[in-house]
Design a protein around this ligand. Structure first.
Ligand code: HSE
Length: 411
């Protein structure tokens, strides 16, 4: 029997405990692994729950118990989670986590520590909620040279955009509902400003390209500036506005990771992904493109990924694996990670008080867009493809006219 400890009894922690006991027999039958939770580390009172006898408030109970071989860190945040994870790994206990903040900031160090202590640090639940994406990239797509990926990586913002733009709900009501449903981060600024998606793109970029990518190196814009007007233009154009995280290798060999709202055309499956769902497209030299889709947040979907990692950690105990990625200092990241302005593509622009002539003189052959109830002095258009540096220079010339700008998504 595999004795497990769970650090944290919040949304994901309680889901993981519930799922393990609900499906324990089926898990044993399918995998040969019999899971039993010995400890739940939690400060809040658990006396009203069926698991009160497993509660401890002292991490040392877990650290000093040799019977516990796998620990699920589902506390979130960095400070305590980082210290506890290090101590577990140093004692040869595998750690699985949904904590994308910790993996994005300290992943290289923790993976190395796990490697040195012959145990695992697994983080399937840190990206895409229920969607299997980390292990497919590591295993199923191992024969490919992967040169990029893109996706809707945050369930809360996709939920908010769907509720606001399709159902006319207020931003604050949609956010409150996302929090109530257990989708949003403790501080939802992390969702709406794109920080959560940025952490996920750091993890995926590090995994694909083999060097740690830190959130500080990722160009990041959230959804707070998207208006109903922009969404109406996107819809009339046949597409939708989505928060997209992406990374790709440029011709100069550098990689370009970013998170930003994007105009997605109707022919792209991302434009049809709504509610809390995530979708991730991975581009590889043998497969072309493969796409992963599923619930990107929520108690049981995330618990599914955490539990799968627990099973995997137990099954692979004692085996050695190559390091997923290596440390990359802030200084050397400049040689490796491109300036976002080096990227190129087309842009959606919404302006006021500009004539068609002024617009085409500045941007070239644009595609004009329309929407219902468009004010007379408002224009919206899609620019031809250009580098973001050139685009920014043009935009700087029309500061007073500019109402909004959004990158057009291209694979
Ligand atoms: N707040 C996150 C999201 C949770 O909405 O995607 C899952 O990582």
């Amino acid at each position: 029997m595999a004795k497990i400890a769970v650090l944290g009894f919040g949304v994901v922690g309680s889901g993981t405990v519930e799922l393990i006991y609900k499906n324990r027999g089926a898990i044993l039958k399918k995998t040969g692994v019999d899971l039993d939770i010995k400890y739940i580390l939690e400060i809040a009172d658990m006396s009203g729950t069926p698991y009160a006898d497993k509660q401890t408030k002292d991490i040392n109970d877990i650290l000093n118990d040799d019977e516990v071989i796998t620990v699920a860190e589902v506390m979130g945040g960095i400070t305590h989670a980082y210290e506890f994870t290090k101590e577990c790994l140093k004692r040869g206990k595998s750690v699985v986590t949904s904590n994308k903040e910790l993996v994005a900031h300290k992943g290289a160090e923790l993976l190395k520590l796990a490697n040195e202590n012959n145990c695992r640090y697994l983080f399937e639940a840190s990206v895409g909620g229920a969607i299997p994406i980390i292990r497919p990239i590591k295993s199923c797509l191992a024969a490919n040279e992967i040169n990029g990926l893109a996706g809707i990586l945050n369930g809360t913002t996709n939920f908010i955009l769907t509720k606001m733009l399709k159902e006319g709900m207020d931003f604050s009501d949609a956010l409150a509902l996302a929090s109530k449903l257990g989708y949003a981060e403790k501080d939802p600024t992390d969702d709406v400003e794109g920080y959560d998606a940025s952490r996920k793109i750091c993890i995926l970029s590090s995994l694909i390209f083999g060097r740690h990518v830190y959130p500080e190196s990722v160009y990041c814009e959230g959804i707070t500036k998207i208006t109903a007007e922009d969404a109406a233009y996107a819809e009339n154009w046949g597409g939708a506005v989505k928060l997209i995280g992406s990374v790709k290798e440029l011709e100069n060999g550098k990689i370009l990771p970013m998170v930003r709202p994007s105009f997605v055309c109707g022919g792209n499956p991302f434009s049809h992904i709504s509610d809390v769902f995530n979708g991730i497209a991975v581009y590889g030299d043998a497969v072309g493109e493969v796409m992963f889709y599923g619930r990107g947040a929520g108690k049981m979907p995330t618990a599914s990924a955490v539990t799968a990692d627990i099973i995997n950690a137990v099954q692979t105990r004692g085996e050695s694996f190559p390091l997923e990625w290596e440390e990359c200092s802030a200084a050397s990241s400049k040689d490796y990670i491109a300036d976002y302005q080096d990227g190129d593509g087309a842009f959606y622009v919404r302006v006021q008080s500009m004539t068609e002539k002024q617009i085409t003189e500045l941007f070239g052959a644009v595609e004009f867009l329309t929407r219902a109830s468009k004010p007379e002095d408002e224009s919206a258009f899609i620019t031809p493809s250009m580098t973001e540096r050139v685009f920014n220079e043009k935009i700087a010339q029309i500061k007073l006219n500019l109402l909004n700008k959004i990158k057009v998504f291209e694979e």
